[in-house]
Design a protein around this ligand. Sequence first.
Ligand code: SF4
Ligand code: SF4
Length: 342
Amino acid sequence: MKIKRRTVQFQPNTRNFFFHILTQCNLHCRHCYINPEQHGRQILDERTLAKWLAIFADNHQITKSPNNTNVIFLGGEPTLSPALPHGIKEARRLGYASITVDTNGYLFNDILDRVSPEDLDYFSFSLDGSHPEVNDFIRGEGVFDICTSGIRRALDKGFGVSLIFTASRMNINDLVNMPPLLTDLGVNRFFIQVIGIRGKSVRKGETSLQLNREEWEAVVPDVAGKAAEKGVHVTYPKVFLKPDETFACAGLVADNYFVFPNGRVYTCPLCEDYPIHSMEIVDGVLKERPPIRECDLFSLQIPEGCVLNKILHPGNISYDSDNRPVSRIACCMLKEEVLPVN
Ligand code: SF4
Ligand code: SF4
């Protein structure tokens, strides 16, 4: 099968609402980025889900995009919330362009029986290895079997299914084994994420888990191509920009909202461990916050590309003998796609 590679430029008329509806989770993954001290411990109830979904479905006072919003329900583990089915149906009723639930595969509260394939577009399962030895070292004993069985059950019931693999030094050598597993499972959408040094990783000082440019480029584009040749649609972060590629900050040119149970609203995921969120939801109303916020930093132009990466993860950047960055770091929201073409 032929394949096509492309960079997915930011769509100014598309809004993405990353809706963390709780921070609780049954697992303890080594790279978990959830940070209850910063994000709260509330479990949002049905009424709150509906109210907050309405905020981002409408033309609220802060942004002016038309109603072409994608919602991604996340946690913690979102299926732990008994309010999730109501949230999914409410998002459909409000006309969200697409609805995805990110899950660790445990599918609590009989979620597959409480919603139908018409109610949402995808269940996106997190799996960090092609077999239990790799996956369960990262995500916990027995998780591989439960997650892959959840994937098969969801597919059998006719749900759209995608799979997310978070690449780090713990599993990069196993990434090559994922395309055959995807084929075996019957999954045709695959997201490769790069480990973020946030949440638990940063608290444990696990910066050594991060991949450098050579490690990333030696493996990820090639595996993405192999998966696409098998008919899988693959998406992965661009991470490094070539000299002729333009840098753009999603915080300035895109419309992304990372919303947490305590009402914090970020527009840059790198900032989520710090109380510098741009907005917050107070008593059901979305409000801008006073400076200094993440958005006060986005317009700073630096030769290294992403300014928050330079502030928070300077170790990612290599310099030449003249102290110039070897390559600029792209916005973490900029993606590459590899698609099968008939
Ligand atoms: S499944 Fe997700 S939320 Fe739960 S521990 Fe793992 S990374 Fe964290
Ligand atoms: S990751 Fe960097 S470039 Fe992207 S929104 Fe955040 S600050 Fe902007």
